[in-house]
Design a protein around this ligand. Structure first.
Ligand SMILES: Nc1ncnc2c1ncn2[C@@H]1O[C@H](COP(=O)(O)OP(=O)(O)OP(=O)(O)O)[C@@H](O)[C@H]1O
Ligand SMILES: [Mg+2]
Length: 397
């Protein structure tokens, strides 16, 4: 009873005002640092105001550079400011609609045509969509977000047919594509036929730099945290670190949320530089866990072998973690798991891969009489954390 009381008492947030603001799904009403991209897209769409078809457009930029946010912001503005525009805006995320069929299904739904989500002939779906389009008698602006995922499956055929549609449409109808991708060379990878007929106006989203990330974080803090509950310096530290690593706004906001949660959990009345530092660490650990979870079996076993040796080294039972030593340990693990071990050569290759992924650090050891050899000097997680993680993935220690 008492415990419950204390719990509910302490849970009352001191710092966080509105948690939704600190989540990825929230889009603020202004997007600091993306004024140029917003203006350009706004201008492209302004053809609609004189009832002309806007150019096809592509957004490219790394993850978290505001592509989805800008697309929604600008189309949302048109919808709100010009409710009588003879235009319909359709947003489709191709991570769910990653085949031509599914995109066509979504297009139909957007025009209120109900068709089965699978198993219909594609041509019928297409005809239904065209009928509804003529009936609607409006211009369409179709945003295909994460379009790389569609192109990977479909090779650009749908883009080809949709982008050519305008040639066959009467003057008062048009379909404008806005394709969003987080791979820079996405357009270059389309098949040559699609490429020659589909030449969108390009808007590029560079990674955010520190001042822009700071502005973004400041805006979130103002909206999501209570007044005076954060140290400005904490925001600067997050902005600097994320700018240096990736320039990804999603990550910066994530770190801010975690720092605020850490501060809450401690019962602190301010989010400090120290909370920001801790949160930056936590994000890293999560990323390492994601990387480790995608490793194939032998990579995991080798990492497990290194983990054991790291632990022994901490207890001073081993003085250097050489490739040979790792190989012996790994062979033991493989036989425990009843899988035939890989060759030493292959294991050396995997060690280089693990290093490239930032999971281990390898240095040359000039061991005097014992000769020179490569040794593992450090691992991205502590042995106990790595053990926990690998055990959760079925590795036996
Ligand atoms: N300029 C900005 N101002 C405020 N918030 C921003 C800004 N840019 C991005 N964000 C926020 O950062 C997060 C990621 O942005 P967004 O989803 O637009 O990235 P993206 O470029 O579409 O990334 P991905 O390629 O991974 O889809 C969202 O929560 C978004 O609201
Ligand atoms: Mg996006």
């Amino acid at each position: 009873m008492m415990e419950e009381f204390i719990h509910s008492y302490r849970v009352k947030p001191l710092i966080i005002k509105d948690k939704r603001v600190l989540r990825d799904s929230y889009t603020p009403s202004s997007l600091p640092g993306r004024e140029e991209q917003i203006n350009r897209f706004h201008n492209i769409l302004s053809d609609l105001l004189v009832d002309s078809p806007p150019d096809h457009t592509s957004f490219t930029g790394k993850p978290g550079t505001g592509k989805t946010a800008v697309a929604k912001h600008v189309t949302g503005k048109y919808k709100k400011e010009y409710p009588d525009l003879r235009t319909k805006f359709i947003y489709i995320n191709c991570s769910q609609a990653n085949t031509a069929y599914r995109v066509m299904y979504q297009l139909n739904r957007a025009l209120q045509v109900l068709v089965p989500p699978s198993g219909y002939p594609y041509d019928v779906l297409y005809d239904k969509f065209m009928d509804a389009f003529y009936q609607l008698n409006k211009r369409l602006v179709v945003v295909l977000d994460e379009v790389d995922l569609l192109v990977r499956r479909d090779g650009g055929r749908l883009l080809y047919s949709l982008s050519r549609l305008n040639y066959d449409l009467p003057e008062e109808l048009s379909l404008t594509l806005v394709v969003i991708s987080n791979t820079a060379d996405f357009l270059e990878r389309l098949d040559p036929r699609t490429r020659s007929s589909f030449e969108p106006t390009r808007i590029i989203f560079p990674p955010y730099k520190q001042p822009q990330l700071y502005q973004i974080l400041h805006q979130r803090a103002e909206l999501g945290l209570k007044p005076g509950t954060w140290e400005d310096e904490a925001l600067h530290i997050i902005a600097a670190k994320v700018a240096q690593e990736s320039g990804d706004a999603r990550r910066a906001i994530d770190v801010l949320r975690m720092a605020a949660e850490l501060a809450e959990k401690e019962g602190a009345n301010k989010l400090t530089v120290e909370h920001a530092r801790q949160a930056l660490e936590t994000v890293n650990e999560e990323e390492i866990a994601i990387t480790v979870r995608t490793l194939p079996l032998h990579h995991r076993l080798i990492l497990a072998a290194i983990t054991d040796l790291m632990e022994m080294k901490e207890k001073q039972k081993v003085d250097r973690i050489s490739t040979g030593r790792i190989y012996r340990e790994y062979k033991g693990k493989a036989s425990k798991m009843m899988v035939p071990p890989l060759t030493m050569r292959r294991v050396s290759g995997i060690l280089r891969e693990l290093e490239a992924q930032g999971l281990i650090e390898i240095v040359m050891d000039y061991g005097g009489a014992r000769g020179n050899t490569k040794v593992v000097k450090a691992m991205a997680l502590s042995p106990s954390e790595m053990k926990k993680l690998l055990s959760s993935m079925g590795v036996v220690f």
